[in-house]
Design a protein around this ligand. Structure first.
Ligand SMILES: [Zn+2]
Length: 132
């Protein structure tokens, strides 16, 4: 297959690209809701589309259906502050995510939830160096 074919294929199948993108968002948090930590079943716009929020990775976070539905058309940062499960570390993570600093966002999420597993790409595997 030529490189040109691949580009053409991607242009031809925006749906496929979209699905891959959605998958990667869920993968960042290990499929857990950025707000409450429950399994993420949807993608939520931190700044809602109705307020000019874009469908970019910075503005799209994994969320459970309950949080996504409850938040509805509100700005996530304002909505989240009123929730019973509010955690300042998660709030900071959402802010970092929004600013495009996924690395910091994931660290904060890990801090908020020790069971949270950070994905490999974001952590240098030091044991690998020791073994060498
Ligand atoms: Zn949730």
């Amino acid at each position: 297959m030529h490189i040109n074919d691949a580009v053409f294929l991607e242009d031809l199948c925006p749906k496929f690209r979209f699905r891959q993108w959605r998958k990667s968002i869920h993968k960042f948090t290990g499929k857990s809701c950025i707000y409450c930590g429950k399994p993420s079943e949807s993608i939520d716009h931190v700044i809602p589309r109705s307020q000019g929020g874009l469908s970019t990775t910075e503005n799209c976070v994994p969320a459970c259906l309950s949080c996504n539905g409850d938040k509805s058309d509100e700005n996530a940062l304002y909505w989240y502050r009123r929730q019973r499960f509010y955690d300042p570390r998660r709030a900071m993570a959402i802010r970092a995510w929004l600013e495009g600093d996924l690395r910091l966002a994931l660290r904060l999420l890990q801090w908020a939830n020790p069971n949270f597993r950070i994905i490999k790409n974001y952590e240098k595997d030091k044991s690998e160096y020791k073994a060498a």
